[in-house]
Design a protein around this ligand. Structure first.
Ligand code: SAM
Length: 303
């Protein structure tokens, strides 16, 4: 993807823009259906993590500004396979740099773009179809209009997974209007510094509703300590992406495991501590390398 072009309007008709939470949910379903169809007609594969990763990357890189959104859409529509792969790699690298604490949860979404051998042309063709389908169905517009009100990934995982697989996993997410009602039932909302625990979190629909109730009451979800558990790794990868989309802040622990077993908390805290230590080492090493390069350049500079 070239960064030198001027912003241009994305080709194609005007995208629908949701104006109500119900409209946002309907549009999330339309996007999910469009992505599912694009993926399954282009790739005879049940690698659900691929379309999920592509939609998550598009969502994470949705600019706030309309001209930039149009520019990104046009770039992604016109780029070649290398550009597409570069966009996906850069997005997940950026995620790892910005939120190393959540990296174990999104590793499943990042891994396909860094494997050797690199993804083949057939896979990238299917990826391209998914990108086009999601953008044509109005992904950017939905996030611009309703990012705090919508869970893109609940509907997407539901359609991407076969009916049988959904039933086996108990994968039927709470409708957002019901989640919003539940979040307000007690009459009080979580206060700054309080802990909110969701033991069967899925893609995080109940956390979204809680965050919305907190915002509506004048609070800030970034001041809450969030803990979410699930045994479904893909749903948790979607939830880790939603943490950024919904701006839930830095105090988030997403644990993979069986909530009925007693080791999920210690295990996920240990995992997070390890990855943060690794991120610190990488940061220090890259700073040391930058310093060495600087000194090296200084030595070879003519006086
Ligand atoms: C019906 S979905 C609900 C998701 C979310 N709470 C909502 O309301 O939209 C149930 C979720 O619970 C998870 N789950 C069921 N039993 C579990 C267990 N013992 N430990 C961890 N997660 C579990 C499933 O993987 C699934 O994602």
């Amino acid at each position: 993807m070239s960064a030198s072009s001027q912003p241009v309007r994305a080709p194609g008709p005007a995208r629908p823009r949701p104006t109500t939470p119900t409209g946002a949910l309907a549009q999330a379903h339309r996007i999910a259906e469009a992505v599912d169809q694009a993926w399954h007609t282009a790739a005879a594969s049940d690698r659900t993590e691929i379309p999920l990763s592509v939609v998550a990357a598009l969502a994470l890189r949705t600019p706030d500004n309309a001209d930039e959104r149009a520019w990104v859409a046009a770039q992604l529509t016109n780029t070649d396979d290398n550009g597409l792969l570069g966009f996906l790699r850069a997005t997940w690298q950026l995620f790892a740099r910005v939120r190393p604490d959540l990296f174990p949860r999104i590793a499943l979404l990042a891994a396909p773009w860094f494997t050797e051998p690199a993804p083949d042309r057939d896979l990238l063709r299917a990826v391209r179809r998914v990108v086009h389908a999601a953008l044509r169905a109005g992904l950017h517009e939905l996030l611009d209009a309703a990012r705090y009100d919508v869970d893109l990934f609940g509907p997407l995982l539901m359609v991407l997974r076969t009916r049988g697989a959904r039933a086996a996993r108990g994968q039927y997410y709470t409708p957002p209007d019901l989640a919003d009602l539940l979040a307000r039932l007690g009459g009080t909302v979580p206060q700054a510094g309080e802990l909110v625990v969701e033991p069967t979190a899925g893609t995080g629909g109940l956390l979204r509703a809680a965050a919305r109730a907190i915002r509506d009451a004048g609070g800030d979800p970034r001041t809450i300590r969030w803990v979410a558990v699930d045994r479904d790794e893909l749903a948790l990868a979607a939830l880790a992406t939603n943490v950024i989309i919904w701006d839930l802040g830095s105090q988030v622990l997403i644990a993979h495991g069986d909530v009925l077993a007693d080791d999920w908390q210690a295990r996920s805290l240990g995992e997070r501590a390890e990855v943060l230590a690794l991120a610190r080492d990488v940061h220090q090493t890259s700073r040391a390398l930058a310093l060495l390069r600087h000194l090296d350049r200084g030595d070879s500079d003519p006086l």
